[in-house]
Design a protein around this ligand. Structure first.
Ligand SMILES: [Zn+2]
Length: 88
């Protein structure tokens, strides 16, 4: 799990996601399934009680607090959906 402070920290992960192009499946708002090397990982994007945006992924990298490409892929969908909700 990591706290999303800015898009800069995701740059590398976004580059990797663009190269690998994982499948992102929508589960419900804030919860996505992303394909990885060993099957699907679950990515959860939420705001914690202090208002921090947190991103959790079930892969090994995210367990160590790294911004993984699964999170980057899920976030690009999540941010788009969040914008739509605000516009509605
Ligand atoms: Zn991951």
């Amino acid at each position: 799990m990591f706290i999303l402070k800015g898009i800069e920290q995701l740059e590398k992960a976004i580059t990797k996601a663009k190269k690998i192009r994982p499948r992102v499946e929508f589960d419900h708002f804030g919860r996505y399934r992303v394909s990885g090397s060993k099957g699907y990982y679950t990515v959860i994007c939420r705001k914690d009680e202090r208002g921090y945006k947190t991103v959790a992924c079930t892969c090994k990298g995210a367990e160590r607090g790294l911004a993984c490409y699964h999170a980057a892929a899920a976030l690009s969908l999540h941010i788009g959906l969040a914008r739509q909700q605000q516009a509605a």
